[in-house]
Design a protein around this ligand. Structure first.
Ligand code: GLU
Length: 467
């Protein structure tokens, strides 16, 4: 870092829909950068596209940031509440001569572009209304409302050392005199960003590389305003597993959909952080480690690829690492949504049976329904396959002996072993019929543990209902 000013970063979403994975990852990098430097993370809502912006989208973005634990230190600020400020800066630029009124109609500008194309030049506004010393401007057409254009430097280059991509340079003659206010006076996108970054004292802009072409324009406007130019870092996009831009075709792209699907926010943060950023070969790290290690030099210059299998692996890790009570509190609402009873005092023990194999909280809730939901007798094919006459006989003997037994895991396990010895059976010959009879499933965690958690009365009742 070359600047000695306190670090201020921002996340500046346009509230035109839910927060998608790419936006969340960019926000995470800005957030981590601010945290790493004990700086300030600002949230700015870029809502000037009134047609496409909505309060619901703002709320969805706030919810997602909250879920991921990226609370802003300042904001949310709303651009629509700052229109007076943009008007003020526009007036200042007109007065200073760094912006000018342009009365060309869109059709005329299109014709200029066409002419440039025809002459083999880059299509652009031809500068008809650009004031220059000694130049006489055309007469103002009556009744026509002007746009305001920025008087972009025509010579030299605009160049910056991108925190991700290295040096990027644009020839100024490639850059049109950008429209910064429309005929109705409303400011345009690039202009609002500039005024906001300036007013909010943003020192580091980390954003998607779809904004690289905006950056030289924004830098030139900032310089015209006498503002400090932030450092920029443009993060490459996320691709789907097939190498195409990540989209709905590849699965959920809405951050909150991952909450619904049973991903833990700490797993999402870890996975997203690693997507396009690395610290040695670390794959699993805490939020604090991420912040401590975050360095824009370790942001990848190439696009990263979404990998659902890896996300599941990371999520499984975080599920395993959760303490039993916390896990129970996170799975309970999902069990209730399935109509199950999540109030059982042994919920933590139930989940402990499954948690080492679960990839999502939804999967765990499904598993827990074995205990928290109503008894679902086995489908016919399982009954036919596993509840043979010999198996039923063994189950009846087991039930008879069970009624006399303590209902601890040790006792139940001893009882099963005794039955195996007595009847000359191998473990699966009793364990699978027991599972099918008592749980309706052929596969469950350790059968003794399952029986103990179901409770003796319930097990005997289910075994009795077989006859
Ligand atoms: N509002 C822009 C977007 O959602 C971000 C602008 C910026 O970060 O400069 O893509």
């Amino acid at each position: 870092m070359t600047s000695s000013k306190p670090v201020r970063t921002r996340f500046a979403p346009s509230p035109t829909g839910f927060l998608h994975l790419g936006g969340a990852r960019t926000a995470l990098f800005s957030w981590a950068f601010a945290r790493h430097h004990q700086g300030v993370f600002v949230l700015r809502v870029e809502d000037t596209d009134v047609e496409r912006s909505s309060d619901a989208a703002v709320q969805a973005i706030l919810d997602s940031m909250d879920w991921l634990g990226m609370q802003p230190d300042e904001g949310p600020f709303y651009q629509m509440k700052r229109l007076d400020r943009y008007a003020e800066v526009l007036q200042g630029m007109l007065a200073a001569g760094t912006a000018y009124h342009c009365y060309s109609t869109p059709e005329e500008v299109e014709a200029m572009r066409e002419a440039a194309r025809a002459a083999g030049r880059k299509p652009r506004y031809d500068g008809t209304w650009r004031p220059e010393p000694g130049k006489t401007l055309p007469a103002i057409p009556e009744g026509r409302k002007p746009v305001i254009r920025f008087k972009n430097p025509q010579l030299g280059v605009t160049s910056w050392e991108d925190m991700v991509k290295g040096r990027i340079t644009f020839d100024n003659e490639e850059l049109d005199d950008l429209i910064i206010a429309r005929p109705d006076g409303t400011p345009t996108y690039n202009f609002c960003v500039v005024v906001d970054d300036w007013d909010m004292g943003i020192t580091h802009v980390i954003r998607g590389d779809d904004h690289v072409n905006n950056t030289p324009r924004q830098i030139n406007i900032l310089q015209a305003l006498g503002a400090d130019v932030p450092q920029y870092g443009h993060v490459p996009m996320i691709l789907g597993p097939d190498g195409q831009k990540l989209s709905k075709r590849h699965g959920a792209v809405n951050v909150m959909e991952y909450d619904a699907q049973g991903y833990l926010p700490e797993a999402m943060v870890n996975y997203l952080a690693r997507l396009g950023w690395s610290h040695g070969d670390a794959e699993l790290f805490s939020r604090d480690e991420f912040v401590a290690w975050f360095d824009t030099r370790n942001l990848s210059r190439s696009a990263s690829q979404w990998d659902p299998k890896k996300l599941n692996w990371v999520n499984a890790h975080y599920i395993k690492a959760l303490d039993a009570e916390t896990l129970a509190s996170r799975v309970a609402p999902r069990i209730e949504r399935r109509g199950g009873n999540a109030q059982r005092p042994d919920l933590a023990e139930i989940l402990a049976l499954f948690k080492d194999r679960a990839e999502t909280l939804e999967q765990l809730a499904d598993d827990a329904m074995l205990f928290c939901g109503p008894y679902q007798p086995a489908p016919d094919e399982l009954v036919q396959q596993h509840l043979t006459p010999a198996a039923r006989e063994a189950l009846a003997a087991f039930a008879a002996a069970a009624s006399q037994t303590d209902w601890t895991r040790e006792a139940v396990s001893a009882l099963i072993k005794a039955q195996l010895a007595e009847r000359g059976l191998k473990m699966p010959q009793l364990a699978i019929p027991l599972r099918v009879a008592v749980t309706g499933r052929a596969q469950t965690p350790a059968v003794d543990a399952v029986l103990v958690l179901l409770g003796k009365d319930e097990v005997l009742k289910r075994l009795a209902s077989l006859a």
